[in-house]
Every structure is written in structure tokens, then in C-alpha cells.
Design a protein around this ligand. Structure first.
Ligand SMILES: Nc1nc2c(c(=O)[nH]1)N[C@H]1C(S)=C(S)[C@@H](COP(=O)(O)OP(=O)(O)OC[C@H]3O[C@@H](n4cnc5c(=O)[nH]c(N)nc54)[C@H](O)[C@@H]3O)O[C@H]1N2
Ligand SMILES: Nc1nc2c(c(=O)[nH]1)N[C@H]1C(S)=C(S)[C@@H](COP(=O)(O)OP(=O)(O)OC[C@H]3O[C@@H](n4cnc5c(=O)[nH]c(N)nc54)[C@H](O)[C@@H]3O)O[C@H]1N2
Ligand SMILES: [Mo]
Length: 755
């Protein structure tokens, strides 16, 4: 039976639970961010560093992918951006002495929070077969070791090259070139666990897997639907755009099982009124949907609109779409019993929201993980697209589709070709570099775990991220990593993945966004792409944590030379990243005049045919209405549907602190939020301790022991707990249809009282 006990220092006995907050991001917000920064790096360094966040000539915030507005504030960062910067720019260090004093088996008993708090990695380290310790290794020896291992594989497909979304465009481009030149498309990335469902559904329906709006559109929409997203915590700067929209007269509808703080009220710390006033009420309507109820909800919206000729944009439908008639006949009427059961909403609430959609002139739907991490995620997003197509809400100002991305360059990494499939421009790699591009579809994240588990892959390399903690089915994934002959982690900070080593394991310390990157060609900048396809430059200025740190570009290119020799211009690429950008310009569409346009304040926006000219890159050249079978997660009696979410004090697997201020949790993380009426029905007392046990068709009872029950106003039948503590509960084989994304937001569980 899979199980994951609390870590020895998780210390939840001091936890305090209080009432959740309604508003987010007041002056207290920035104060929390600043105090985190000052704790990690002192006052002078904090001020200097934070003032460069998201400024021209400065660096891109390593937090979320929300774009910078055209009109910037002096302080263009939020509380959680400040925490992300502090975490990277910290003055604490993890060097060879640290590893000498801490055997791997001992580090493995520590919490993720403790590991992250130890500081920046300063030296390349190796764990040799059978050893319980990481020891220093020099760079050349590390590259030689990896090269030997890779060259010894029976097939290049026995190697896996993972990427997390902080990697710059330049490093990502070199990394995919290296993997493909080596001979494999095994490039899983964090996107597989994140917005893959959005990419899949949008490519099928509008011909491009990216959102169709700009920040200006958001500010000028008259209806914003925010579904499956918690911007107050995960995209706090988005709240500023929502506030502007609100002032311009927009209505906001929030669709969420949880009454998230930022969605209800927002106090803007960048304006004096935000400090003294009570804030802007944000959501005009809150639909407290059940987990996984959105497919039924958007299908109902579609049915309520499709039959009304006066609300349809007939001209748009006729000229730019296909499949409307089939869609309309499938959505003739709403099955109200099914719709209200699936959503947990009243018919009147659904009708009221549909009316807002029917009357809006410019509407945008924004979504994130609450939509993408479900079995029917792709179908749900297709239904969102249907609703927007009915009213011609794409390719016009103030309207569109807005998947809000997570990692600050996750969208850019995919644009650069980090993908287990082949980008359309792949043949150009042959033209430009003379390499033979491998044709076999590579492993995505879930497939990569299976391949390592089953011995089909034996070398795992990660450019950033924390694979062991971010992926589902923790016990299975950890064993899969341990099965490898070699694991390699290019990292800024110590994390769980370093503690589940392959027979040989390397930790390669790298520069982060904030660090100064000097190569033979002088100070280097890199580029990133935000959630709205804007590409801009990022330049770090801080002195690196040690003279042993290498940039991600340098590490990838040196490794490529060690493995493949000097046939490709790896040396030029490292000396000056302009050479990489010149190749990106020659290969990837939309990057004409790349270097010069990177000099423009705010960068430049990549083409998006549906947004720019209502041109749809589908096979027929038209946007596609789709008919999707409506279903919702089945939950047996006595069970709950669990979603795994982020607290306000974490960045994915990096735990900044042990509070979740807006949800009223202080100094603790092992909590499970459940509706008080469900607790009463289940006979589980509030504040009691339970094990959470997940149930899946494979019959394995996955167990996360020792959670405190917190009565909370979530939707009925639904529960919430934090990731990564609960990843042990997510079955590897439970994935979204069509995108293979783990279903981290819909796990059937039972609560077992302890003691
Ligand atoms: N500070 C901070 N910022 C971050 C991150 C971080 O960890 N910390 N992570 C970054 C990354 S990689 C990402 S992908 C984004 C994630 O940003 P979010 O998607 O906002 O992150 P989650 O915490 O997973 O929150 C999911 C939200 O969807 C709701 N939800 C869950 N299931 C459903 C459902 O079935 N229907 C509906 N309608 N709602 C549902 C949840 O209640 C919650 O409000 O944030 C990015 N920004
Ligand atoms: N249960 C559950 N699981 C989830 C999710 C969920 O909602 N629920 N969300 C999923 C989502 S949306 C995502 S995106 C994934 C995230 O998965 P990952 O991207 O793999 O995880 P992170 O926690 O973001 O990675 C943190 C690590 O990145 C390294 N790092 C930070 N900055 C840099 C840098 O500049 N360069 C390099 N080389 N390394 C750096 C540090 O060592 C740090 O420990 O998790 C997924 N997992
Ligand atoms: Mo993400």
C-alpha cells in the first residue's frame, strides 16, 4: 500500500486555524513579501533587487507568467513575486560542507520547506553508486560522466530530458536541439502537468495552443469569467488588471468550489485607496461549482445561448467557424436534473450567468488548474471555446480565451520546441544544423515515469523543477527515479528530487534569473514569453552564489559538446547568446528581427492568427465547434472528491512558509478542507485527525496520513488539501483524456479517523 508519512520536522502541532479572509493583497500583502525578502537577503539587497523586477533592463519575475502592463509602477511586483525573488536571491548557501554534514538518508526525512530554506547550491555534487553522500565533483568530470552514460545506452530513447518552466528561451532552444541531435524526443515538461489540456483543446478548435488576449483586452472587457483559478495567490498582479476592468465597467463572474479571497474583494497596495479603503468588490456573481462540474456548466451555457438567434454572432459563425449546426442540435436543451447535480448549482444561478454571457459585448474567459487537471479537461475547454464562438468573442478587442499560465516561461519553452512531439518547424533543424530529427513521439511526464518504472529508460536529466515532488503517485515516481542508472538535476536550490537518486546522481548548480551572467561575449541577457505571447528580455545583476555556478545555456552546451563533439556551434552559443537568438530567428516563426525587437521597452508580441486576423490554423481553416459528451466525476456514497491546491506560501513544490493566510491556516500544512455539513454526514469531527485514502480502479489504497480536518465553506461533496503532500494520492494512470495530464483536482477519497 502506497503511503507517505509526515516529515520529521513538519511540526504541525503548533497549527492555528482561523476564519478565512474575503479580500486579498492589501498593504499587508506587500509587507509579507518584503519581510520574506529581508529575512533571506537583508534590506539593501532586497530593495535593489526588487526594484529591478519586471522593469526594462531588469529581470523577469521568476514567479508567474502574468504579463507586465504597458504602464509600469516603480514596484511592479506582488507579495508572492517578492517571495519568489527572495527564495532565489537568498544569501544562504548549500555547499560541500553542508552535504558532508548531511547524509542523503537524513536529508530525506526533512520537509520540503526545510530543504528549500537551506539556501542556494554552490558546487557541482555527485552521489556515487552505493554511497549515502553527495561529494564535490568538477564540471569537466561531471560532463564526462553524463556523456559516458548517454553514449553507453542501447538507444537514445532510453534517456529522458525534463524541463521546468523557468528555463529561458535560449537555454530551452539549446536543450531541445541537444536532445534531438542526440536522437530522442523524450522531453517531458511541467506543462504536461499544467496547461497541456489547454494546448490540446485550443489547437484542435482554433488552431493554436495559446490564449488569444492581451492585458489591454482584459482591462477593456465588459465581462470576465474566471474559472478554476485562484489569482489572489497565484497571479496577484492579475488583480490589478481586474480592478481596472472593473473601473471600466466590467462584470466579473467567478466559478470555483472555493470562495477564494482575491475573487471576492481586492485591496490594491499600489494605490493609496488600496491601503485605507475597504477595496473593490470583484466578483458580481460567484458560482460555487462542484469539482469537475464545469463541463456540464459550459454545456448548459451553450444550450441557453445557442437557441437564441438574437444573441448569436451569425456573421462570425458563418464566415469563420464550422460545425455549428451539429453543435446546435446537440445542445437543444439543458437536462436540468443532470446539470444541477453535476454543478451543485441552482438553475437560476446558471441562467443568470448565461444571461450575462448573452448580453456582454466583449467577454473573456480565464482559466487555470481548476479546469486543466480533470479527466474531462480537454472536453471542458472545448465547451468554453464553443460558448465564446457563439458570440464571436475571439479576434476582437476586449474578448477572447485566456488560459492563465503558471511558470514564468512555460509558454516560451514550448514555443522553443520543448515537447515530446515535433513542432511544425522541426524540419528546419535539419536545414540549419544538418541533424536527423528523430520522428518517434517521445515520453511526456506520465509516460516518462512509466518508462523509468519499467526499465525502458535509465538516464533522467532535469533542467530545473522538482520532478519527484511535482509528479503524481509519489511512491511510484520515487522508485522510478531510483531505478535509473543516472539522474542529473540542474538546480538552483536543494529539493526532494535530489534525495531519490539514481545509482549515480549529479546536482549541477545553476544561475537563476536574478544572477549576473557574464560570458566571453560580455553580460548576457535571456528572453522569456509571458502568458499573452509577449517576448521580452531579462537581465540579472546579482553576484552569483559562487564562482562554480554555470548558466543553463553553458551547462547544456558544454554537455552537448561532451556527448556529440563540436559539429554544432555549441561554443558560439555559450560565448554569446545572440548566436542562439539568430538561430531561433531563422527557425521559429514570429521571431524576425529578434535581437532588435528585444531592445524595445516591453519586448514584442508573437503572432496569434485568431487574435490578429481571425485566421484559424485548423485543417479547414475555420474555428471548430465541437460536440462533447457531458459527464462529471462519479463519487460513491461516504466519499469526497479531493482537489490538491497551492497555499498562499508556496511556489509549486517550493514551500516559502507554513501559512495560508487567506484561508486562515497558520503554521501548518497537513490540513484537509471539508464542508461542515459533509463532516456532519460523515461523522468526522471538525479539527480531528484523519488519514486521507484515495480509491482508484486499480484497487491500491493510496494513503496520506495525519491530516487535520478543517470545516470550510467549499462546495458540498468536495475537499481540498495542499500539494505536494497529497501527490501520493494521485494515481499515475488517472489522467485527462487527450492531454494525459494527471487529475490532481479530482481524486475520490475517504477520510479515516486516526486514534
Ligand atoms: N505564488 C504562487 N504563484 C504561482 C504558483 C505557485 O505555486 N505559487 N504556481 C504557478 C503555476 S505553475 C501555475 S500552473 C499557476 C496555478 O494557478 P491556479 O490554477 O490558480 O492554482 P491552484 O492552487 O491549483 O488553484 C486552482 C483553483 O481552481 C479551483 N478549482 C479546482 N478544481 C476546480 C473545478 O473543478 N472547477 C472550478 N471552476 N474550479 C476549480 C480551486 O478551488 C483553486 O481556486 O500558478 C502559478 N503561480
Ligand atoms: N498534486 C498536484 N501536483 C501538481 C500540481 C497540482 O496542482 N497538484 N501542479 C502541477 C503544475 S501546474 C506544475 S507547473 C508542476 C511544477 O513542477 P516543477 O516545475 O517540476 O516544480 P517546481 O516546484 O516549480 O520546481 C522547483 C525547483 O526548480 C528549481 N529552480 C528554480 N529556479 C530555477 C532556475 O532558474 N533554473 C533551474 N535550473 N532550476 C530552478 C529549484 O531547484 C526548485 O527546487 O507541478 C505539477 N504538480
Ligand atoms: Mo503550472
Amino acid at each position: 500500500m502506497a503511503s507517505r508519512a509526515p516529515r520529521s520536522d513538519s511540526g504541525d502541532e503548533r497549527m492555528v486555524v482561523s476564519a478565512p479572509k474575503r479580500s486579498a493583497a492589501g498593504v499587508g500583502g506587500i509587507a509579507h513579501g518584503l519581510s520574506a525578502a529581508v529575512r533571506q537577503m537583508g534590506l539593501a539587497r532586497s530593495t535593489r533587487t526588487l526594484l529591478a523586477v519586471n522593469q526594462d533592463g531588469g529581470f523577469d519575475c521568476p514567479g508567474c507568467a502574468w504579463p507586465e502592463p504597458g504602464h509600469k509602477h516603480t514596484a511592479e511586483f506582488c507579495e508572492n513575486g517578492a517571495k519568489a525573488v527572495a527564495e532565489e536571491a537568498t544569501l544562504r548557501r548549500v555547499g560541500p560542507e553542508f552535504f558532508a554534514a548531511h547524509p542523503i538518508s537524513q536529508l530525506a526525512t526533512r520537509s520540503d520547506h526545510w530543504l528549500g530554506q537551506q539556501g542556494r547550491l554552490t558546487h557541482p555534487m555527485v552521489r556515487r553508486p552505493g554511497s549515502d553522500e553527495y561529494q564535490p565533483i568538477d564540471w569537466d568530470a561531471a560532463y564526462a560522466l553524463i556523456a559516458d552514460q548517454l553514449r553507453g545506452l542501447a538507444s537514445p530513447d532510453e534517456a529522458i530530458f525534463y524541463t521546468s518552466g523557468r528555463t529561458s528561451n535560449e537555454a530551452a532552444f539549446c536543450y531541445q536541439l541537444f536532445a534531438r541531435a542526440f536522437g530522442t524526443n523524450n522531453m517531458p515538461d511541467c506543462s504536461n502537468m499544467c496547461h497541456e489540456s489547454s494546448g490540446t483543446a485550443l489547437t484542435e478548435t482554433i488552431g493554436v495552443g495559446k490564449g488569444s488576449v492581451s492585458i489591454d483586452d482584459v482591462e477593456h472587457a465588459d465581462l470576465l469569467v474566471i474559472v478554476g483559478q485562484n489569482p489572489g495567490t497565484n497571479h496577484p498582479r492579475m488583480l490589478t488588471a481586474l480592478e481596472h476592468a472593473k473601473r471600466n465597467g466590467a462584470k466579473i463572474i467567478a466559478i470555483n468550489p472555493l470562495p477564494e479571497a482575491g475573487l471576492i474583494t481586492f485591496r490594491n497596495p499600489q494605490r493609496p485607496s488600496g491601503i485605507v479603503g475597504s477595496g473593490t468588490p470583484l466578483a458580481d456573481q460567484f458560482l460555487q461549482v462542484r469539482l469537475g462540474g464545469d463541463l456540464a456548466l459550459f454545456a448548459a451555457f451553450g444550450a441557453l445561448l445557442a437557441g437564441r438567434d438574437e444573441v448569436l454572432d451569425r456573421d462570425f459563425i458563418d464566415r469563420y467557424t464550422e460545425g455549428f449546426d451539429d453543435y446546435r442540435s446537440a445542445r437543444r436543451e439543458v437536462d436540468w436534473d443532470a446539470a444541477t447535480a453535476a454543478t451543485g448549482l441552482a438553475r437560476e444561478e446558471i441562467e443568470r450567468a448565461a444571461e450575462a454571457l448573452a448580453t456582454a459585448k466583449r467577454s473573456i474567459v480565464c482559466w487555470a488548474m481548476g479546469i486543466t487537471q480533470h479527466t474531462e479537461a480537454v472536453a471542458t475547454i472545448r465547451e468554453i471555446v464553443n460558448v465564446q464562438l457563439l458570440r464571436g468573442m475571439i479576434g476582437k478587442p476586449g474578448a477572447g480565451l485566456c488560459p492563465v499560465r503558471g511558470h514564468s516561461n512555460v509558454q516560451g519553452d514550448r514555443t522553443m520546441g520543448i515537447w515530446e512531439k515535433l513542432p511544425a518547424w522541426a524540419p528546419k533543424l535539419t536545414e540549419q544544423f544538418g541533424i536527423e530529427v528523430p520522428q518517434r513521439v517521445g515520453y511526456d511526464t506520465v509516460e516518462a515515469i512509466r518508462a523509468m518504472r519499467d526499465g525502458r529508460a535509465s538516464v533522467f536529466m532535469a533542467l530545473g523543477g522538482n520532478f519527484a515532488a511535482a509528479t503524481p503517485d509519489t511512491e511510484v515516481t520515487e522508485q522510478a527515479l531510483r531505478n535509473c542508472a543516472l539522474t542529473v538535476h540542474v538546480s538552483t536550490k536543494l529539493n526532494r528530487s535530489h534525495l531519490v537518486p539514481g545509482a549515480t546522481s549529479l546536482i549541477l548548480p545553476t544561475l537563476g534569473r536574478t544572477d549576473s551572467d557574464i560570458q566571453i561575449g560580455g553580460r548576457q541577457r535571456v528572453s522569456v514569453e509571458d502568458s499573452m505571447s509577449c517576448v521580452h528580455a531579462s537581465t540579472g545583476r546579482l553576484a552569483p552564489a559562487s564562482d562554480q555556478l554555470r548558466s543553463e545555456v553553458a551547462i547544456v552546451c558544454q554537455l552537448a559538446r561532451a556527448v556529440l563533439g563540436d559539429g554544432l556551434p555549441w561554443r558560439d552559443f555559450t560565448d554569446d547568446y545572440r548566436y542562439i537568438r539568430a538561430r531561433i530567428e531563422a527557425i521559429v516563426p514570429g521571431f524576425d528581427d529578434f535581437e532588435a525587437r528585444l531592445d524595445q521597452p516591453g519586448g514584442f508580441v508573437l503572432p496569434h492568427p485568431p487574435r490578429d486576423s481571425r485566421t484559424f490554423g485548423t485543417p479547414s481553416g475555420k474555428a471548430r465547434f465541437t460536440v462533447n459528451e457531458i459527464s462529471s466525476p462519479a463519487v460513491p456514497p461516504g466519499r469526497l472528491l479531493l482537489q490538491t491546491v497551492r497555499s498562499h506560501d508556496q511556489y509549486n513544490t517550493t514551500i516559502y512558509g507554513r501559512d495560508d493566510r487567506y484561508r486562515g491556516i497558520h503554521d501548518g500544512r497537513r490540513v484537509v478542507f471539508v464542508h461542515p455539513d459533509d463532516l456532519a454526514e460523515l461523522g468526522v469531527p471538525d479539527s480531528s485527525t484523519v488519514d486521507i485514502v484515495s480509491e482508484w480502479t486499480d484497487g491500491v489504497a493510496r494513503r496520506a496520513p495525519g491530516f487535520r480536518v478543517v470545516g470550510y465553506p467549499t462546495a458540498r461533496g468536495c475537499a481540498a488539501a495542499y500539494f505536494p503532500e497529497t501527490n501520493v494520492l494521485v494515481p499515475l494512470d488517472s489522467t485527462a483524456k487527450g492531454s494525459n495530464t494527471p487529475t490532481s483536482k479530482a481524486i475520490v477519497v475517504r477520510l479515516e479517523p486516526v486514534g
